[in-house]
Write a protein that binds this ligand. Structure first.
Ligand code: 13P
Ligand code: SF4
Length: 367
């Protein structure tokens, strides 16, 4: 279990609009950040809103931010992202450094789709059904407890940037793979690696015995957890058809958290860092329909005005939990640091951290 000390969402000083306008909030952040200087580093995920990204000392995808956190020496790290990212940063920073999540309600619905009890039950179920060696791999989008589970059972963590490397490592070590919580990243990556769909099954923790017979488990190479990202589920093949009908020269580029048929129908797929780099390198006049979170898509569209960049979906695919980190919350985090009573400090318990770090170190070594 994670320990939150000196903190709770309730402790956040409500910086109301009646106290400070939006503009004043941004001005205050600028000045307090300057005042605190090197004592505070702000990390920002690519899905953060522009008003937050402008204050980030480093922006990146999950892998880049984890690597950056491990290098930092500032006493305070404000993590503008979601809870599992701040937990990961806490485990990778040095003792004494404090990692702060501006809003404790910034979670990840996919990460919440698997918990320790369910994973323990699945592990027992699978190992009772087969004698073959199963290696567990978790997507970094999960709680520290699940990272500790894979650490303990010889597995690893992966991100969307290194999933192929980690899965291939896991399948060299064992005969089968248990991949959680995102079925789509697991399926899309394994399929790209040449594993046929017939060799993949879904373990559904809400069904008796995970919804699988012993024969299905014995026959499978890959057991995928029944988890998904509700933001990326918003992209569909009919959207791809519509884009291609109107503008066949447009490149459809999506995140691998999208469904299998969407990834298959897209021209390209990869992590947020891959999407950004692909668009950056593309020649002037290129057109991209992007299947990922709207804040990132809009930022790319505003940055590369000599290219046509738009969301694959006509709806706003917004990660509402990422969006909880707003300037008022960031300012409250800074103010609390300034007064010497930091709030919303994320602290993973030592025994969980120990096993999680085994898995995080494996990931860093492999990728
Ligand atoms: P990236 O690692 O590609 O940034 O993805 C993180 C995430 O949560 C995507 O939904
Ligand atoms: Fe989680 Fe999806 Fe938001 Fe990423 S976009 S943080 S997977 S809910």
């Amino acid at each position: 279990m994670l320990e939150l000390f000196e903190s709770s969402a309730d402790y956040l000083p409500p910086i109301k609009e009646s106290e400070l306008s939006d503009e004043e909030v941004l001005k205050e952040i600028t000045s307090i950040k300057r005042e605190l200087g090197n004592d505070v580093v702000v990390l920002g995920h690519h899905y953060q809103q522009d008003d937050i990204v402008q204050f980030a000392d480093y922006t990146g995808d999950s892998l880049a931010l984890a690597k950056e956190a491990a290098k930092l020496s500032a006493p305070y790290v404000i993590f503008c992202g979601v809870h599992f990212m701040a937990e990961t940063a806490d485990m990778l920073t040095k003792p004494g450094q404090k990692v702060i999540l501006p809003d404790l309600n910034a979670g990840c619905s996919m990460a919440d789709m698997a918990n320790s009890e369910q994973i323990d039950a699945a592990w027992e179920r699978l190992n009772t059904a087969t004698e073959e060696k199963i290696i567990p791999v978790t997507y970094i989008n999960c709680s520290a407890e699940l990272k500790a589970f894979v650490g303990k059972y010889e597995g690893s963590i992966c991100t969307s940037s290194n999933a192929q490397k980690i899965i291939s490592w896991a399948l060299d070590k064992g005969e089968k793979l248990l991949f959680f919580p995102d079925q789509h990243l697991g399926r899309n990556t394994c399929f790209d690696m040449g594993i046929p769909l017939e060799k993949m099954v879904i373990y559904d923790p809400t069904k008796p015995k995970g919804g699988l017979t012993d024969e299905q488990i014995k026959d499978a190479k890959v057991i995928l957890w029944h988890g998904f990202c509700s933001v990326h589920q918003g992209f569909t093949t009919s959207q791809i058809k519509n884009v291609k009908k109107d503008s066949p020269e447009t490149t459809v580029i999506v995140h691998p958290e999208c469904r299998f048929d969407v990834v298959q129908g897209a021209d390209l797929n990869g992590s947020t860092a891959y999407i950004i780099e692909t668009i950056r390198k593309a020649p002037e006049g290129s057109k991209f329909a992007v299947g990922t979170e709207i804040n990132l898509v809009n930022r790319l569209a505003n940055k590369y005005t000599n290219k046509k960049i738009f969301s694959l979906s006509p709806y706003q695919c917004l990660c509402t939990t990422m969006y909880r980190v707003r300037p008022r919350w960031l300012l409250a985090s800074f103010k609390a640091i300034k007064t010497g009573t930091p709030i919303n400090v994320i602290k993973v318990e030592e025994d969980i951290k120990r096993d999680s770090l085994l898995a995080l170190d494996r990931m860093m070594t492999i990728s």
